[in-house]
Design a protein around this ligand. Structure first.
Ligand code: FAS
Ligand code: PHB
Length: 388
């Protein structure tokens, strides 16, 4: 098989990249190891930054998001039951949109198929080769047959557990990482959220996040042990902790729990994000703790830059953006890493914290909700810095 860009992974990064390249008249083939049904029903992120929502509309996949997504011009921070609203409209005239990642994936897959672009599901035994040549290859099995794609570039959009990052020579990559001593127990429930806007709740018992997927479906998270077994959390115990960590006179309605899972919390970056003609984008290159809601948005930012670099190669015979792609992506990656770390360390109780840490943290939280400058700083990073 022959194409200009071979894309490994049909998550937000791979699918959005394929669409951006298609709009430039650049051909691609996407290969995905799961089924279409699996990727379209994987419950993950939910928050889309201001610029990213505009980008999805600009590339022609924003219609349903605009109809069904929930726009928020602010958010809430609760400190031991005292709720403070941050008004993004007044501070920066910026918004975020809540629209489940699985819905974004559905819209991107539908667009891909309408574009007539190749998207192969249920591939296996994926490997890459000839990365330092101008004809890199992707080899895999599909429908029981060995296949090979010869291309000009390979985009490794196959997530944290993919094969792209491990295909770099070991001495090329530097890994930067930090694990957190807690995780999030996340549920999807058939019940209305306690407020129109999200509530990030710091309590002495631990963090909780009250977000949503629609006016009648809530997405709720509780800080839990980093190696928590979801079996230790029967529904009644989950609701009890969610009630206790809400406060602020808000009432939380219970409902049928539709999905329950524990997510580990880690910060992870590899440098560089490219080797020869293989370019990493999204979770294959970096992971952020979900507190700052940066994961999917960072994946989109990576592929905006990569598509511009590839377009420069074909349209202007200019390699500069390609050669500097990793550096360009990493500036934003490290900004998102810092913000995600900062939101995580300020909102959670740490098992090894000292009394000094605890008092410092409470003072930090009070400063955020009482200083316009501090609220502005949080708002501009939370709603998403413009893409440079
Ligand atoms: P993805 O992992 O989404 O996509 C990679 C794709 O490659 C997958 O479809 C995978 O099946 C495929 N693949 C893997 N190996 C392959 C191979 N060898 N061959 C072919 N295909 C292969 N982010 C937030 O902002 N907020 C959240 O609340 C949040 N919650 C999360 C919860 C969980 C459990 C996880 C795992 C992540 C969460 N994230 C969250 C982060 C998440 O949204 C990612 O940032 C986002 O999916 C990144 O998109 P991609 O880089 O496209 O990677
Ligand atoms: C979500 O809706 O899944 C979500 C929203 C905001 C976050 C994290 C997760 O900070």
């Amino acid at each position: 098989m022959r194409t200009q860009v071979g894309i490994i992974g049909a998550g937000p990064a791979g699918l959005a990249l394929a669409r951006m390249l298609h709009l430039q008249g650049i051909s691609s083939i996407i290969i995905e190891n799961r089924t279409r049904d699996y990727i379209e029903n994987r419950i993950r992120a939910g928050l889309i930054e201001h610029w990213a929502a505009d980008m999805l509309t600009d590339i022609g996949v924003g219609e349903r998001m605009k109809r069904e997504g929930m726009v928020h011009w602010g958010t809430n921070i609760a400190i031991n039951g005292e709720i403070h609203h941050l008004d993004f409209k007044a501070l920066l005239n910026k918004r975020i949109t809540i629209y489940g990642q699985q819905e974004v994936v559905k819209d991107l897959v539908e667009r891909r198929l309408a574009d007539g672009g190749e998207l192969l599901f249920e591939v296996s035994d994926v490997s890459v080769d000839d990365l330092k040549t101008d004809k890199p290859k992707i080899r895999f099995t599909h429908d029981g047959q060995p296949k090979e794609i010869e291309c000009d570039f390979i985009a490794g959009c196959d997530g944290y557990h993919g094969i792209s990052r491990p295909s770099f020579p070991a001495d090329i990559l530097t890994v930067y990482e930090r694990d957190y001593p807690f995780g999030w127990l996340g549920i999807l429930s058939d019940s209305p959220p306690p407020d129109h806007d999200l509530i990030y709740s710091y309590t002495d018992e631990g963090f909780a996040l009250y977000t949503m997927r629609s006016p009648t479906v809530s997405r709720l998270y509780l800080q839990c042990d980093h190696d928590e077994d979801v079996a230790n959390w029967p529904d009644a115990k989950i609701w009890e902790h969610l009630h206790r960590r809400l406060g602020g006179g808000r009432k939380l309605q219970e409902g049928k729990i539709l999905q329950k899972s524990v997510t580990a919390m880690r910060s992870f970056v590899v440098e560089p994000m490219q080797y020869g003609r293989l370019f990493l984008a999204g979770d294959s290159a970096h992971i952020v703790p979900p507190t700052g809601a940066k994961g999917m948005n960072l994946a989109f930012a990576d592929v905006v830059k990569l598509s511009r670099a590839i377009e420069g190669f074909y349209k202007k015979q200019n390699n500069e953006l390609l050669e500097n792609n990793s550096k360009a992506c990493l500036r934003r990656v490290w900004n998102a890493q810092r913000f995600s770390w900062w939101m995580t360390q300020i909102m959670h109780r740490f098992p090894d914290e000292t009394p000094f840490d605890h008092r410092r943290q409470l003072s930090d939280l009070r400063y955020i909700v009482s200083s316009e400058a501090a609220m502005k700083s949080l708002a501009e990073q939370y709603t998403g810095l413009p893409i440079d």
